[in-house]
Design a binder for this molecule. Sequence first.
Ligand code: PLP
Length: 387
Amino acid sequence: VIQDVLTMIPGPTPVHERVLDALARPTTSHQDPRFVALFRRCLESLNVLAATDRAQPVVVAGSGTLAMEMALVNLLGDADRLLVLSQGYFGDRWAEIAAAFGTPVELVRAEWGEAIPPERLAGLLANGRYSAVAMTHVDTSTGAAAPIAAYCEILRGRDELVVLDGVCATGALDEPFDAWGLDVLVTGAQKALGAPPGLAILWLAPRALERRRARGRIPAYAADLERWLPIMSDPSRYFSTPPVNEIVALDAALGIALEEGRVPRFARHARLAAALRAGLAGLGLTPFTSPSWLADTLSVVLHPEGIADSAFRAAMATRGVFVAGGIGPLAGRCFRIGHMGNIASEEVCRVLHVVERSLADLGIHVRDGAALAAAAPVLAGQRPATL
Ligand SMILES: Cc1ncc(COP(=O)(O)O)c(C=O)c1O
């Protein structure tokens, strides 16, 4: 995806031309049979991507936060207790949403840059009673990827619902819904799926749907899954107008993802992340994130001594590349590079070159071409993608 301005923030990510073309198609009736067929295909593609044949996918206008809220408000009430495993700002959001609806919550936080070790979850489950466990695959604030497969292994066969925020992971990191035994997976369109922002996406296991049904009335109307499920079974029905163009764009983005294939797509993300890290290391830059938990979807990078975040990011922007600043306690200390969706080695090389030149602009001594020289062997497959 070569574009004049390269948006390498952790979402929205660069949108492929095919997806932009799809977005620009004439708006049709949501009951147009062609749109209805496309919506059905889109839902099927979501299940292929999540490696599930038992989940009910749901797509509504909104964003990742709405998908998180829908998950909690539909499944939990004040008689429940939610355990939140948080490794940052977005993990904490699970607890904030639960609190907004009066659901009792226990928030367990990792140090920023770390993730909660699976043994800690085992200990919590041994001593507490919870209706659900909410977790974040990759926390975009810290760049830490949690060991979700290991958490799921501990939760296997238990009663707690397993609720996963995949907003900064789904479509880039493997999240095999059935094999992991997930009950709910949520994401947004604008990150690793490579579609424009504007959609909340959920996958729900039969157990989660039963839990919703058993609850009867819930304190939600437009976010009530019971109102949306008939539409997902038959998109020609109406509850609330679907974002037609967004769904057409999502279908195109999913088409790209499935043409690439799940496994090659995950491998590409691993290779590009390793190359980017190697290039940054070649410039003497270090990740904020602990090496054990580095995510393949974004990098949170410490600014070198004496570099002001605003000046650095302005220098990057002048050269046409947008990266994000740090969040919360990392504001001013770090910058964040998103590397997910439909990017290729071209984008990784461009961002590395521009980081190098921007540091040079700001008076940091860097060897010409050092970043690309360090990244090239990884891109060429001469060094393992496990850096
Ligand atoms: C891990 C994670 N969860 C949730 C969200 C919230 O998603 P949205 O901004 O689409 O509401 C984000 C957004 O960056 C995120 O990175």
